[in-house]
Design a protein around this ligand. Structure first.
Ligand code: ADP
Ligand code: MG
Length: 209
């Protein structure tokens, strides 16, 4: 069995088909882009992968453990599988450092401190540590969102059109940095986008939905 397996998941809303049976096998550290036009079911697919949406059929497994959907699990979602959106979901009244620290509150202070410092350094965010999200560019905000997702050391990172609110120069720069980071950390990454160019810049592995 693969590291991350998606087996024939499908989904309809009311009578409308949002996602036809979809299967995928990914190894640890593999990077994959899925390209599809708006409405082709990309976000639905990622939410199912993250255990945040109830599928009609099929299932998702990470390291041979079945990912339970919101009907099967009291608190939806997993630290092991993190989903990032185009709108960054940062806490507006918390600094960069506080934003990245938030998911780590259940860990002890020394670990938290180390981990946050390490992530800010990895993503080049040290000099912004005490700024608020509104004081950052779009690209910098997206990096904070990614650092926040990485704080709990996920095995799988799912990116849902993460560059949509960035300009093309910011996007190119961020993609280059992220590619290096993902490779270095050995994270398994799935990017969904309607931008073929972005997909090709991040991965050699491409799938059309
Ligand atoms: P994409 O991310 O590729 O744009 P989505 O997964 O968001 O596609 O949507 C796929 C289809 O499912 C679309 O036709 C959309 O209108 C429909 N859909 C998505 N979410 C819902 C929902 N919560 N309720 C009803 N229909 C939905
Ligand atoms: Mg979408």
């Amino acid at each position: 069995m693969s590291y991350f397996s998606i087996r024939a998941v499908s989904k309809s809303y009311d009578s409308e088909k949002a996602l036809y049976p979809f299967s995928l096998e990914l190894g640890k550290g593999e990077l994959l882009s899925i390209v599809g036009e708006s409405g082709s079911g990309k976000s639905t697919l990622l939410r199912i992968m993250a255990g945040l949406e109830v599928q009609d059929e099929g299932g998702v497994w990470l390291k041979e453990n079945e990912i339970l959907n919101p009907k099967q699990k009291l608190v939806s979602g997993y630290d092991e599988i993190k989903l990032i959106h185009q709108d960054f979901h940062l806490y507006p009244n918390s600094t960069v450092r506080e934003n990245i620290t938030r998911p780590l509150l259940k860990f002890d202070a020394a670990y938290r401190e180390n981990r946050v410092t390490e992530l800010m350094s990895l993503l080049g965010l040290e000099k912004f540590a005490d700024r608020f999200p509104r004081e950052l560019s779009g690209g910098q905000q997206q990096k904070v969102a990614i650092a926040k997702a990485f704080s709990v050391e996920p095995d799988v990172l799912l990116l849902d059109e993460p560059f949509s609110s960035l300009d093309s120069i910011q996007t190119s720069r961020l993609i280059a940095e992220l590619k290096e980071l993902f490779t270095q950390l050995g994270t398994t990454v799935v990017l969904v986008t309607h931008e073929l160019d972005d997909a090709l810049k991040l991965t050699d592995n491409l799938l059309i939905l």
